[in-house]
Design a protein. Sequence first.
Length: 344
Amino acid sequence: MRQTRTGAARPLLLARWLLVVAALVVAMVAVGGITRLTESGLSITEWKPVTGAIPPLTDAQWQAEFAAYKQIPQYLDVNGPAGMTLADYKFIYFWEWVHRLLGRVIGLAFALPLAWFWIKDQIPQGYKPRLLALLALGAFQGAVGWWMVTSGLHADSGDRVSHFRLATHLLVALLTLSALVWTSLDLRANARGEPHAQLTPFAMLAVGALALQLLFGAFVAGERAGHVANDWPLMQGKFFPDGIDWSQGALHAFLYDPFLIHFIHRWWAWVVVALLVLLARKARRNGHRPASVAVHSAFGTQVLLGIATVMTGIALWLAVLHQLVGALLVAATAWGAHAVGRRR
């Protein structure tokens, strides 16, 4: 076991701690999916990092929160005309509150042990900057979450948040998850006296392709593009769907048109699958069969869930599982890329 300058390093303990935090991030992504699918994300119209941890406790407090919600476009244009009651509002408030509470829990679960390991001088040499960067990334994710919410509070926002900000929020969360997994694996290597892994060019290609797929997955969610077709493998009975609006140019359609966004997300997945198959095989040849199995299992399950989600007309529980397994796929891909980049 490597030593720090003044104390005994505990790389295995730190590795296990980071995996616990990673599991909390996966749970956060799943709850975020529920929040999005139940249209709960705009139910809390203020960001109170400390006092916001306590939900309304009296009827007067609930009425005040509901009154604030009644001022935003989502209520004025959609939920108000639909006859939303206070009980309905409490339901969507609950999911957004849980989502934000879990974010606070993750922050404490990272910051407090980090401070303890730092004070006890148990962090292996060279890892302090990386752990501080992870802490900063978590804080940045909280700020991005509120930045996303604000995009849905303005009078000209319609009844939803910006799908670009939604994509940023999701991708930062998944970047944090992959960094936690990678650092945990490096710490395990450190405990064995081995060098940390390197991100190989092919692994970068596979990760980049997956990142693009996740980006368009977030666009599908933000633009509600999953609802434009419920057949597979065709869309509305055709391989290339009708209804794409090219009037504002190809770039605008690429970024905004729900038919084209859905089409890209649906078929780019197979490019990702091909690259992940190769990544998994490289990991296995490098002596890391469990990582290979994890990658194959994750993308296979994710593809089946994606198809089922479309064909059921975006059933809530399937859509949530699709987002959950998407997070697990990111973790598995980080594991596979790490396995490929390790030297025997």
